[in-house]
Design a protein around this ligand. Structure first.
Ligand code: ADP
Ligand code: MG
Length: 245
């Protein structure tokens, strides 16, 4: 597939003290590609996501976003970080801001939009993720599924080039998982470049272009979903799948 690379990691290594958590990671995510990352707990999936937008520094290797190496600090880093929207398991909304303020804040601070423009865009995005009627509430007044959809709207409000999702549905009650996955499916269908850490294998099968399986800080498999689920080539992946499917 001749896709233009949007996120590129080359020989990335990351340690926490003596613990080698990312081992020679080579990963390219093409524009418009949806890559699902799976693997056992502690395999380095979250660290990988965090490394991509420099929430975690890495000790060696290069990370390139849309042709530009990630800067280490400063305003350039803040802008590049906003180019990669991040959605976490724990929603991470500002508790003392309304839903609308949550979505508008970064647009004003980082993208330099006028407040009225930011609010207009926020309302459109809240409508798109199905929570337009919650705009003036505070996060604690919303269900987990609604909060996570607000978090997605907030990330989208920055016009990101790519979105990273780190177990976005793991903290949700079962009946709310689908409403969040549905928003993600929609995004994928619209061509958003996405890296999604998830245990939702139905999503991986239906929405992913590639499945990356990690174990012990390494990428062990990187294949199309039907190949991966139909015939995982490594014992580690077979073992993992036998436990979760
Ligand atoms: P996953 O998301 O696949 O469960 P993580 O990326 O969270 O894995 O963690 C990979 C490894 O790094 C684990 O062994 C974890 O305990 C360790 N780790 C993660 N964050 C830190 C940290 N801030 N300090 C020390 N060790 C960490
Ligand atoms: Mg994790």
């Amino acid at each position: 597939m001749a896709v233009e690379p949007l996120i590129e990691l080359r020989s990335v290594n990351k340690y926490f003290g003596d613990l080698h958590v990312l081992r020679d990671i080579d990963l390219t995510v093409g524009r418009g590609e949806v890559v699902v990352v799976i693997g056992p707990s502690g395999s380095g999936k979250s660290t990988l996501c965090r490394a991509v937008n420099r929430l975690e520094p890495v000790q060696s290797g290069t990370i390139v976003l849309d042709g530009q190496p990630l800067p280490d600090e400063g305003k350039a880093l803040a802008r590049l970080r906003a180019d990669v929207g991040m959605v976490f398991q724990s929603f991470n909304l500002f508790a003392h801001k309304t839903v609308l303020q949550n979505v508008s804040l970064g647009q004003v601070k980082v993208r330099g939009r006028r407040k009225e423009d930011a609010d207009r865009r926020s309302r459109a995005l809240l409508d798109r993720v199905g929570v337009a009627d919650q705009a003036d509430k505070y996060p604690a007044q919303l269900s987990g599924g609604q909060q996570q959809r607000v978090a997605i709207a907030r990330a989208l409000a920055m016009d990101p080039k790519a979105m990273l999702f780190d177990e976005p549905t793991s903290a949700l009650d079962p009946e709310m998982i689908n409403e969040v996955l549905e928003v993600m499916r929609q995004l994928a269908a619209e061509g958003m470049t996405m890296v999604v850490v998830t245990h939702e294998m139905g999503f991986a099968r239906s929405a992913a272009h590639r499945v990356v399986f990690m174990a012990d800080g390494r990428i062990v498999e990187d294949r199309a979903p039907d190949e991966f689920f139909g015939n995982p080539s490594s014992d580690r992946a077979r073992d993992f799948l036998s436990k979760i499917l």
